[in-house]
Design a protein. Structure first.
Length: 203
């Protein structure tokens, strides 16, 4: 992506750009522009607005609509009747369970027919609970937060509730701060579709 020498700034968390691929931030060569997106904005609208921003900064027009549409169709074809639970591991005794409309990528999955499990009582976007409760929800697919602030799956092997959860569920990594590009979103959707298709084939 070319920025045609124009200055912009990219929000950063520590040394890393926030919700932006590292190579794109490096190509910009300047600090990063922070944009706020309303909580009810759809994923297609977010992608469209970021594409407009990139074009305004001198970038090439987005040419990933076909790839994204194919990924969406793959999710539609594999969605039913499997249950999906999105979570972020807080520790050995605590887990944050995402609500089905907690973020644009989860809302988009639901719009494509994915049955996202509601965790029950708790906060607006997340329900903080224990691993036993998560296991009792009995999802077929777990989308596990892959960010650095979440406890990695390899460190949960000694947790009985995690073992019970993953004994019957497939685990796929999930980035709740997915870069706002068609390619990144298509890759995420394909990963979900592939996991669901494998689960469907086993039934």
């Amino acid at each position: 992506m070319s920025y045609a020498g124009r200055r912009c700034s990219v929000a950063a968390r520590g040394p890393h750009p926030y919700a932006l691929p590292a190579d794109v931030a490096a190509a910009a060569g300047v600090p990063v522009l922070a944009l706020a997106v309303g909580g009810d904005t759809s994923l297609p609208r977010i992608l469209s607005r970021f594409a407009e921003l990139a074009h305004a900064l001198g970038g090439e027009p987005a040419r990933q609509q076909g790839q994204l549409a194919a990924a969406e169709e793959a999710v539609r074809s594999a969605a039913r009747p499997l249950k999906v639970l999105a979570l972020s591991a807080a520790g050995s005794g605590q887990v944050h369970l995402a609500r089905p409309r907690a973020g644009p990528e989860l809302r988009h999955l639901a719009e494509l027919g994915v049955e996202l499990t509601d965790p029950g009582a708790g906060g607006v976007n997340w329900s903080t609970t224990d691993w036993e409760h998560a296991a009792a929800l009995a999802p077929d697919l777990v989308l596990a937060d892959s960010r650095g602030n979440a406890l990695p799956a390899r460190e949960l092997d000694s947790v009985p509730g995690w073992r019970a959860l993953t004994a019957t569920a497939t685990v796929e990594p999930w980035n709740p701060e997915l870069p706002c590009s068609g390619a990144a979103c298509a890759a995420f959707l394909y990963s979900v579709a592939d996991a669901l298709e494998v689960l469907r084939a086993k039934r």
